[in-house]
Write a protein that binds this ligand. Structure first.
Ligand SMILES: Nc1ncnc2c1ncn2[C@@H]1O[C@H](COP(=O)(O)OP(=O)(O)OP(=O)(O)O)[C@@H](O)[C@H]1O
Ligand SMILES: O=C(O)C1=C[C@@H](O)[C@@H](O)[C@H](O)C1
Ligand SMILES: [Mg+2]
Length: 180
């Protein structure tokens, strides 16, 4: 049976895409991002899906994209930040190697900026939105995660090192050796 080597999740700006790609490179496997799969299926950007069709329509597409990725992708699979809101998705994640990239409000808002590409954070007060999003989702990320890495003070390559260390895999290259 095919299963991703790692599933990567966490709030917007946690680095799922950035770190997921680096992790895949390090392991010599493919990278897939369910946000990209949803964009391809819908034929339009996520912000347009939210605007034209509403969040529930986006979540339904996302649930399908995650199910498909878990069944067919054997590399690193990054999920959208809100994928864990689906109880069905949380059940489907059981038994997988799931990496929760955590990031606090200040750093998360700094990394995501005011980008309209993230419709949930595009309102007037991204800090408050980010905080309520974190409060609601932290228990859900932790429910499914087998590994948690706090990324606030780490460069993306260091996050990869931390993931591989936590998974019991010695990082083949990266920043570890240079720092100690
Ligand atoms: N550990 C890190 N240190 C500094 N900057 C980072 C780190 N991880 C990611 N970034 C930067 O933060 C921004 C958001 O990263 P990224 O797009 O990978 O987040 P994401 O978790 O995929 O977000 P989304 O849920 O919106 O898809 C990018 O500009 C990226 O370069
Ligand atoms: O945190 C969220 O709910 C989201 C995160 C992004 O990855 C996208 O999936 C979308 O913008 C929604
Ligand atoms: Mg992303």
């Amino acid at each position: 049976m095919t299963a991703p080597r790692f599933v990567v999740l966490g709030p917007p700006g946690a680095g799922k895409t950035t770190v997921g790609k680096l992790l895949a490179e390090r392991l010599g496997v493919g990278f897939r991002d369910t946000d990209e799969d949803v964009i391809a299926t819908a034929g339009k950007p996520i912000s347009d899906i939210f605007l034209d069709d509403g969040e529930p329509a986006f979540r339904a597409l996302e649930e399908e994209a995650v199910a498909e990725g878990l069944k067919t992708h054997d590399g690193v699979l990054a999920l959208g930040g809100g994928a864990v809101l689906s109880a069905t998705t949380r059940e489907r994640l059981a038994g997988h190697a799931v990496v929760f990239l955590n990031v606090g409000m200040a750093e998360g808002v700094k990394r995501t900026g005011m980008s309209s590409a993230r419709p949930l954070l595009a309102g007037v007060n991204p800090r408050a939105t980010f905080k309520s999003l974190l409060d609601a989702r932290l228990p859900l990320y932790r429910e499914v995660a087998t590994i948690e890495v706090v990324t606030d003070d780490l460069e993306p390559e260091q996050v990869v090192d931390a993931v591989l260390r936590a998974a019991g895999t010695t990082p083949p290259t990266g920043t570890d050796g240079e720092q100690d």
